[in-house]
Write a protein that binds this ligand. Structure first.
Ligand code: AMP
Ligand code: GLY
Length: 422
């Protein structure tokens, strides 16, 4: 089969590498891909959000299947557009991608169907939001309704901080229309777990759990980033908790979306908080996580393409979805200064090929690979146990060089301190 993969980060590199292992995969185009992904498949310089460009490419090259992974094109309706010209896709249609595209929508869905989540109120006017802030308890969480490059969530310690957040989102509109509505919600505490799940709208099959490290600096300090590293499985996510999540969160979510006429097909991402009252949903994403995918897919023993085709066909129940019992760790190498300002254009020296390196922000110039983003790449290792995976991922990261490189030194440390899985 000839497959089109839409996107161009470390996540897409992991998807491409996994798809390539399938016997049925003949050719992959990645739009736009990046300088590192170009070592694994053809990269075509069409942006993921250039829906007309992607559709025109698909008309010309007639791919057998398309995999759409980033949030923006999913919410903009790329899957609808491609399916309309006869290209079957892995990924939700826009009416289901809204589960990530609008936090007000997903909150109302959870409230309507009794899915456990933080208590929350939605506001469409800054005056009402500001008045409410005087009465609520702190810390609290202020969230922009729409997509905001992962930056639309503010944890505020008092009403002054909360007011600033509301004014920035609703009045100054730093996230544009994404901040036209905001949610003000209860602050939840507990370990966070990411669970990605395949679903065909009826059956849901969770993948191995993982733990993201969103803050820029060691000890979970510093600004939020797109993710500085991940481990899988997440040791806090016990078998008992997994069963409870299936009953109280995963199955009800899939059923709720179907009942709303918004059947979700693709990868549904559950951002969970394991609170004293049980697991609660912090957020849904309508796609694979980045950099969760870089630790989850290397542990997948089954054929990713077959699973994706089954999701599209509605036959996931019969599909073979097996994960290894091993552990994996991804250490992200970023440009120093990320997520604020940083310099790019430095040459990257990679160890010999065959290593698990997923390139996120790099461009090719002749034979050279140059840094071209905040997060540059992820160094991944899998091993029998988490301690070894962490050690080996750091050993691999240490063999990769570019000027201005920055990484956290404690990816996996919290997971290693956690109680073992039941
Ligand atoms: P999101 O952009 O929705 O992934 O949120 C970013 C981060 O904010 C999450 O990973 C959590 O660490 C944190 N967060 C979001 N909602 C809450 C909440 N209700 N209570 C505590 N932390 C939260
Ligand atoms: N790693 C979090 C996300 O992909 O949204």
């Amino acid at each position: 089969m000839n497959i089109m993969v839409i996107g161009g980060g470390g996540r897409e590199h992991a998807v491409v590498k996994s798809l390539k292992k399938s016997k049925r995969c003949e050719k992959i185009w990645c739009l736009p891909g990046n300088g590192g992904i170009a070592a694994d498949c053809a990269c075509v310089p069409i942006q993921a959000t250039d829906l007309d460009g992607v559709v025109a490419f698909a008309k010309e090259h007639a791919p057998d299947f398309a995999v759409v992974t980033p949030d923006d094109p999913l919410c903009m309706g790329l899957v609808d557009r491609l399916e309309a010209i006869g290209v079957p896709c892995f990924g939700p249609r826009a009416n289901a991608a809204i589960i990530e595209g609008s936090k007000v929508f997903s909150k109302e869905l959870m409230q309507k169907y009794g899915i456990p989540t933080a208590k929350s109120r939605a506001f469409t006017s800054p005056e009402a939001a500001l008045a409410y802030l005087k009465t609520t308890t702190y810390p609290a969480v202020v969230k922009a309704d729409g997509l905001a490059l992962g930056k639309g969530v503010r944890i505020v310690r008092d009403s002054a901080e909360a007011e600033t957040a509301v004014r920035e989102m609703m009045v100054e509109k730093v996230f544009g229309e994404s901040g036209a509505r905001v949610l003000i919600e209860e602050f939840l505490e507990g370990p966070e777990v990411s669970v990605l799940a395949f679903t065909d709208g009826n059956t849901i099959v969770p993948m191995v759990s993982s733990m993201d490290h969103k803050r820029a600096w060691d000890g979970d300090e510093g600004p939020n980033t797109g993710g500085m590293g991940t481990v899988a499985p997440n040791p806090y996510y016990t078998k008992e908790i997994a069963e409870r999540c299936m009953r109280e969160i995963f199955l009800p979510t899939v059923a709720a979306m179907h009942a709303e006429g918004r059947t979700f097909r693709g990868c549904l991402y559950f951002g969970l908080m394991l609170t004293g009252e049980g697991p609660k949903v912090i957020e849904y994403n309508c796609r694979f996580g980045d950099p969760e995918t870089q630790v989850v897919l290397p542990l997948l023993e089954s054929d990713l393409l077959e699973i994706m085709l089954a999701v599209r066909a509605g036959t996931l129940r019969a599909a073979d979805v097996k994960f290894s019992q091993k552990s994996a760790c991804c250490v992200v190498l970023a440009s120093r200064g990320y997520p604020k300002s940083y310099k790019m254009g430095y040459e990257i020296s990679l160890p010999v090929t065959g290593e698990e390196i997923y390139i996120a922000g790099a461009k090719r110039e002749g034979e050279r690979l140059l840094t071209a983003g905040g997060r540059v790449l992820g160094a991944v290792a899998t091993a029998e146990d988490l301690a070894t995976a962490v050690k080996n991922a750091y050993a691999l990261a240490g063999r990769i060089g570019f000027e201005n490189a920055y990484m956290r030194s404690d990816i996996g440390a919290r997971a290693l301190r956690a109680k073992p899985r039941a």
